[in-house]
Write a protein that binds this ligand. Structure first.
Ligand code: FEO
Length: 170
């Protein structure tokens, strides 16, 4: 049986992961509206990843005989100044999520919940990847400056991204 404190933190993180999903879906809609379908596809895949993160947390609560909960989350922004602004926002957001995951790891340690501690290691590793991929696109966009041709090339490249469900998911 899972401790109430851990159950609450995991349920709160389910809502945070859904907020991330909504944020990236909103970014995808904005990118479609400025005719960058490849960037929009990349963000749509990011949205799918976040939903899978939320479900992974939700399933862990159930597996541990806890009470999974679905909570409200705020609406994300809908407008950004530029593509660079979007990816800088995404990068900063992932850094914030890393902080939330680290707080949960610390809580699992202090509550001596080794199963949740082990479970969270997947998220610790995932956050390294999440931050790195957002940062790489920020760097590419900065190098590009005002080059429309370069933007078109990156759009084509990012449009090839497809969603792969994380191991252990259905
Ligand atoms: Fe669920 Fe982007 O981390």
């Amino acid at each position: 049986m899972i401790a109430k404190k851990i159950e609450d933190a995991l349920n709160q993180q389910v809502a945070a992961e859904f907020y991330s999903a909504y944020l990236y879906l909103s970014m995808s809609a904005f990118l479609e509206s400025i005719d960058l379908p490849g960037f929009a596809t990349w963000m749509r895949v990011q949205y799918q990843e976040e939903v899978s993160h939320a479900e992974k947390m939700f399933d862990h609560v159930i597996e541990r005989d806890g009470r999974a909960a679905v909570r409200a989350w705020e609406a994300p922004p809908a407008e950004w100044k530029s593509v660079l602004d979007i990816f800088e926002t995404a990068y900063a957001h992932e850094q914030k999520v890393t902080g939330l995951i680290n707080d949960m790891v610390n809580l699992a340690l202090s509550e001596k919940d080794h199963a949740t501690y082990n479970f969270l290691q997947w998220f610790v590793n995932e956050q390294v990847e999440e931050e790195a991929s957002a940062k790489a696109i920020v760097q590419q966009l900065k190098l590009l400056g005002d080059s429309k041709g370069g933007l078109f090339m990156i759009d084509r490249e990012l449009g090839r991204r497809t969603f792969t469900p994380p191991a252990g998911s259905q």
